[in-house]
Write a protein of this length. Structure first.
Length: 396
């Protein structure tokens, strides 16, 4: 027996070792472009266009010493209006200071945008499509979570979390946070961006990104040019309407052909039977979901998965009711319409995943429209109302 085992082991050890080569990994693109488009509405937005006389923009300028203009990062600011942020990067010149973005006439900003790298020392952490995690502050007190559209509160709701007695498992079960947000336009050294201090122009009313785009600069490949189809244009402001029906709040909005999905979330407070304050959450999801990570750009694949799971509302949805009795006085509503994300590459990724791929450039375009409102108010206060009420320390 020992002889047989020894012989078998000897044969095994003498056999040739076959190594299977790993499939080729896609090389990092030589050049990358990120374009973020955002439309923010609500809080008194009169619907006068991208740079029209928005009272909340006027209020912001008043608080900023009257300084008008556009700033990089407004696609994440929530300031009412339509915004565009652009970032370009080339591995051939990591210290690139400036670049030129040739734009379509429909953008109404001339023939070119001059991109400038920020005067900062910070460098980008990564250039992949990894999910960008968000930081959330842990609430205190008692929290109640409701979910689903309808006039009546559903059975087994709300889900309750008492932070005074909750252990980590309770917290993890309560805070269901779906998020797949990836990197978009960003500010980093060696990466020219628009807008910038040298060009703070607002997007003109009726501006459109549809058409031919090209980028040039020291180290940028000549092939970095592409066209944006009409279905990837800026989304319009969400025209959200509120009405009371049988004690519930009925929310409705206009047809949005470009929208891939919708999501709504409301956060407010109320007092329990003993007078203690409670934080109340409601979302339009058919599954328990706090919504903390959803009111932001999300990739197409994640949106489609959440549509299948009924976490998001389908593009044909036009209304949703918040059940009766969920909120007391004072609650903030946020709604997002997700646009289609556009991802381009040259040359395109090979169909055969085993084929080596070295893209000269990639481009990512993200689109969203977000509406913010006070629950129960047909229209939110504008700047003049805030001053009249003395909320800013002013007088009429």
């Amino acid at each position: 027996m020992r002889t047989a085992l020894a012989s078998a082991l000897a044969v095994a050890l003498s056999a040739p070792l076959v190594l299977h080569a790993a499939p080729p990994v896609a090389a990092a693109p030589l050049n990358q472009v990120w374009i973020d488009l955002a439309t923010f509405s609500g809080m008194g937005m009169p619907g006068t266009g991208a740079a029209g006389g928005n009272p909340m923009q006027m209020l912001g300028r008043m608080l900023d010493g009257g300084r008008a203009g556009n700033r990089f990062g407004n696609t994440q600011s929530g300031s009412a209006g339509q915004w565009m942020d652009v970032t370009v990067f080339t591995r051939r010149n990591p210290a690139l200071d400036s670049a030129t973005h040739t734009i379509p006439a429909a953008l109404k900003l001339g023939e070119n945008l001059r991109l400038q790298a920020p005067r900062v020392r910070a460098v980008a952490e990564h250039d992949t499509d990894a999910v960008v995690e968000a930081d959330y502050e842990r609430p205190r007190g008692k929290l109640l979570l409701y979910w689903g559209c309808g006039e009546q509160v559903r059975a087994a709701q709300p889900r309750v979390l008492d932070m005074a007695t909750a252990d980590p498992r309770d917290v993890a079960a309560f805070f269901v946070v779906r998020r797949a947000t990836q990197r978009g336009a960003h500010s980093a050294a060696g990466r020219p961006q628009w807008p910038n201090p040298a060009d703070e122009r607002l997007l003109p009313e009726g501006a459109s990104v549809v058409g031919a785009h090209a980028f040039s600069g020291d180290g940028i490949v000549e092939s970095l040019r592409f066209s944006i189809p009409r279905e990837y244009d800026l989304l319009p402001p969400i025209a959200l309407k509120q009405a009371q029906r049988n004690g519930a709040t009925l929310l409705s909005w206009q047809v949005m052909p470009q929208a891939r999905a919708f999501f709504l979330g409301v956060m407010g407070a109320r007092a329990d039977s003993g007078g203690a304050a409670e934080m109340v959450l409601w979302t339009s999801s058919e599954r328990p979901e706090t919504g903390f990570g959803l009111v932001d750009y999300q990739p197409n694949r994640a949106i489609d998965g959440w549509l299948k799971d009924k976490v998001l509302l389908g593009p044909a949805t036009r209304e949703c009711a918040i059940p009766k009795g969920v909120f007391g006085d004072g609650a903030m509503l946020r709604m997002i319409a997700y646009g289609n994300e556009l991802n381009l590459a040259h040359p395109p990724r090979p169909v055969d995943a085993k084929t080596a791929w070295q893209p000269e450039w990639t481009a990512k375009l993200r689109i969203k429209s977000v509406h913010t409102a006070l629950l129960g108010m047909a229209s939110a206060p504008n700047a003049q109302d805030l001053l009249r009420e003395g909320l800013l320390g002013g007088e009429e």
